[in-house]
Write a protein of this length. Structure first.
Length: 117
């Protein structure tokens, strides 16, 4: 996303600074589980982030749980019945699935933004 996050193995984490204790810390973003890490330097923070992600994956495996990913590629939205109808109708006119049609609209929007995520 930006320079204020860490990325590793499909996970994204925050970068925070505690001025009282002079430490860097963060947490894995966009998952329900709580996974945190810290360090005294950026290098230590990055290393602890990687260790925390690896530990999270290992712990999930030990307890027979699927680890969450920061982004699954699936999300639900509420758009109202009229918008749903219009999108479904346009998808049918274009001989594509509703999912493919909506994805193409979102891809175009992101491309138009010039997003470099």
């Amino acid at each position: 996303m930006n320079n204020n996050t860490l990325k590793y193995n499909g996970y994204e984490g925050s970068i925070e600074f505690d001025t009282d204790n002079n430490i860097l810390y963060g947490k894995v973003l966009f998952i329900d589980d709580s996974v945190s890490y810290e360090g005294n330097t950026i290098a230590e923070l990055k290393e602890d982030f990687k260790l925390a992600v690896n530990d999270y994956i290992a712990t999930c495996k030990e307890v027979n749980k699927n680890p969450q990913k920061s982004y699954s590629g699936t999300f639900n939205i509420r758009i109202g019945s009229e918008t749903h109808y219009i999108l479904a109708h346009e998808a049918q006119l274009n001989n594509v699935s509703l999912n493919s049609f909506v994805k193409s609209i979102l891809d175009k929007y992101i491309n138009d933004l010039g997003c470099k995520c």
